[in-house]
Write a protein that binds this ligand. Sequence first.
Ligand code: HEC
Length: 394
Amino acid sequence: MEPYALDWLNLLLRWSHLIVGIAWIGSSFYFVWLDNTLLPPQRKADADEGVGGELWAVHGGGFYHVQKFRIAPAELPEPLHWFKWEAYTTWMTGFALLAVQYYANARTYMIDPAVADLAPWQAVAISVALIVAGWVFYDQLCKRAGLERERLVAAVTIAFIALCAWGLSHLFAGRAVFLQIGAMLGTMMAANVLFVIIPSQRQLVVAKQRGVAPEAIHGLRGKQRSVHNNYFTLPVLFVMISPHYPMTWGHPRAWLVLLAILLLAAYVRHFFNLRHKGRTVWAIPVSAALATLALAFVIAPQRPDASAAPSFERAQAIVAQRCASCHAQSPAQPGFDVAPKGVMLDTPDRIVAAAAQIREQTVTTRAMPIGNLTNMTDAERRELGAWIAAGAKR
Ligand code: HEC
């Protein structure tokens, strides 16, 4: 497809993915908060009718009174609102975006020949297979462990994600390792809704329609997966914005950096869950902030050596050879219609003005040249770093 048309498709998919993702995670946050904030009903009549908890709220110029039934109301109400399309459309737009951004440009975004010289179809096949395998593994784990052994489920899930991230770091470019893990977690979340949460709710409704008391086990099964989804939310959101932050996935041990950030994000989610229940444990955000600071310190890149700085002409020649095929007014690189991110490195002024960005992308994080399509050498990276460290002078 035309790069220009692909760019529009990418924009529309990304925009939609963000919108439906907000609707899904937003309603998920709301219901978790609601569940944790409910108080016992004030009126005895409500309690007698089976109301287990209720809540008053004011929003958008009106008062709301929400009641949650211990199992189900006496009569099945009409209409009954379900929350599922938020999840399904988030997955569908997310997968389509993965295809347009990563699968269609596997050579650029997924493959790093210095890591593994895969063919594009191999990279795509590994990605799809792991997305499916991740769900099957996690789902079987939950079913076999049952509802009582949540610590075991958490430990095995974390070990599984760590193993996948480590394995992927031997197959994909750092950026694609992160996104692949995010896609796997996002798929587990959406599949939890499709295959467990919605069916267990349907069981409750069917029991009501038959006039028999619904079995509590159905509700508990759905609840278990809801709780898991809740802990996945912040980690997955990090992964979705991670492409902007090459200092995370550009690190030589990117898989460990990823694991650390995912765990910190779930830990912060735990703080909010406790807080909604009335327990504010400040030690969690404080220790999470300290750990983030420590991580930033540990993965900080080394400063290049200014003493070996080459001339401007040399720096310009490197940029012209390794960068300007994409970063120019009209890129020569097939598949690029306009300079990526509007960054142009085709005149001396532009190169000097972008010196800090050039260092960030080529020396600090090695994110550029993307997929190292122009075969930049380590020596050239050191030369550019030294030229910038010496003041990026012409
Ligand atoms: C094959 C094409 C290609 C080559 C060659 C290339 N880049 Fe890029 N560059 C891209 C793409 C694509 C993006 C946008 C990445 C994204 O979507 O996150 C980008 C983004 C950037 C950005 C902006 C990053 C940001 O997130 O704001 C900078 C700066 C940059 N490149 C510098 C360079 C430098 C310096 C070189 C040469 C050493 C280089 N690029 C070589 C394709 C290329």
